[in-house]
Write a protein that binds this ligand. Structure first.
Ligand code: PMP
Length: 419
């Protein structure tokens, strides 16, 4: 049994939200003369002090390029960078650090799989299953490649709650199905997908599964071995870390068999004009060029921060925030929630009769409340539900029940203004 599984069976620890908030300097600021209520966490979470401090420490003390130096600063930077690989391994419960590839984020991680694994393994007539819940970053890389290689993309349907139809999913498989690309948690609706079950079915049918974990990693314990994910991606900036650093997990035997996707320094063993150039072992084969060193180290600090607060405590707290917010907005006349899955992460998407989402977003900002409006990079999903845009409030560890009340009152006020 894993550490995470053990922790899940114990009583859920409570989260001290005042202590959590004290770590985030940005939460003290005012917006339009009011205290900031930041409910756009699914787009980017805010950054705690230990993560911010990494940049001062790194650039003030040991800024150096990694891996190839033989001096003290280079050694220190390399140790901190590679230390984060181990932190990420533990965070995902991966078997080995070499299964962790650093990328710029989820988008780059998925593009890596498409271009390295996809190009080598997909051909005309093959099939890739993609869920209707996907973010554009788990659709468009596959469409670009399909246009070139001629494979077919099939869509896993959702029901009226935004829950994947598992029977339809199982029926989509043929002997040509090679890959399932699905998110763990939907950024637009908050649906938590049964990725373990999806993986089991995919593997039974001889297909691989790539899980986009951008919205899961910040909100629940992730165990890639328990899921049996072949690939798992997430972004630092949604998990209290910086922009510019993200992760691709891949099973070692898959990564080893994949060709590189970008060439350059760091990813080679030997380079020659006379003989074939040879490549570094994984994960370095996929990390061409100088990476975002400070950002990766800061991502490690962010995951350490999450571990200190406790991911189970965060999940429990966000469930309370979501329940409170759902109950509060449900009282508003003409408001319709999109995404009513029984298993949801801290995302509340809604539309309001007679009020344009963008107007709501702009006006509620005047009251200090930051929510997101638009298509949330999930146009196929929103169009399926007959809308172009929704308002989305999304929660993080530092949000409070009082903030949810402020949001509810502000929302009622702006709806009254635009109707
Ligand atoms: N997948 C999902 C589910 C997301 O929510 C996001 C970010 N909104 C992405 C992928 C893309 O992440 P990034 O922009 O950090 O690459």
């Amino acid at each position: 049994m894993t550490d995470l599984a053990t922790r899940d069976t114990l009583a859920v620890p409570t989260l001290d939200v005042a202590a959590v908030r004290a770590d985030f300097p940005i939460l003290a600021r005012q917006v339009h003369g009011r205290p900031l209520v930041y409910l756009d966490n699914a787009a980017t979470s805010q950054t705690p002090r230990p993560v911010i401090e990494v940049f001062d420490d790194y650039y003030g003390r040991y800024n150096a390029n990694i891996h190839r130096g033989l001096h003290t600063l280079a050694d220190e930077a390399t140790a901190a960078f590679e230390g984060t690989r181990e932190t990420v391994r533990a965070f995902l419960n991966a078997a080995e650090p070499r299964e962790i590839v650093f990328t710029r984020g989820t988008t780059e991680a998925i593009n890596l799989v498409a271009n390295a694994w996809g190009r080598a393994n997909l051909k005309a007539g093959d099939e890739v299953l993609i869920s209707r819940l996907e973010h554009h970053s788990n659709i468009v890389p596959w469409q670009l490649l399909a246009r070139e290689l001629g494979f077919t993309i099939k869509v896993i349907p959702v029901d009226e709650r935004g829950v994947l139809d598992l029977d339809a999913y199982a029926r989509l498989f043929t002997e040509r199905t090679r890959l399932v690309a699905v998110n763990h948690v939907s950024n637009a609706f908050g649906t938590v997908n049964p990725v373990r079950e999806l993986a089991r079915i995919a593997h039974d049918r001889g297909a691989l599964i790539l899980v986009d974990g951008a919205q899961a990693a910040p909100h629940q314990a992730v165990d890639v071995r328990d899921i049996d994910a072949d690939f798992y991606a997430f972004s630092g900036h949604k998990v209290y870390g910086p922009t510019g650093a993200g992760v691709l997990y891949g099973k070692a035997e898959l990564l080893e068999a994949m060709p590189p996707w970008q060439g350059g320094g760091e990813m080679i063993a030997t380079v020659s004009f006379e003989r074939e150039t040879t490549f570094a072992a994984i994960p370095h084969k996929f990390e061409a060029g100088t990476p975002a060193i400070a950002e990766v180290i800061a991502l490690g600090a962010a995951l350490d921060w999450v571990s200190r607060v406790g991911i189970a405590a965060i999940a429990d707290w966000e469930a309370r925030l979501l329940a409170h917010a759902t109950e509060r907005v449900s009282r508003i006349d003409g408001l319709r929630i999109l995404g009513t899955a029984p298993d949801k992460a801290g995302v509340l998407s809604f539309v309001v009769d007679g009020a344009h989402s963008q107007d709501i977003g702009l006006l509620i900002d005047q009251l200090g409340v930051a929510i997101r409006t638009g298509h949330h990079c999930a146009q196929p999903l929103l169009h399926h539900f007959g809308v172009d845009a929704t308002c989305r409030a999304s929660f993080a560890a530092y949000n409070t029940l009082e903030e949810v009340d402020v949001f509810g009152e502000a929302l009622e006020r702006v709806i009254g203004m635009v109707r």
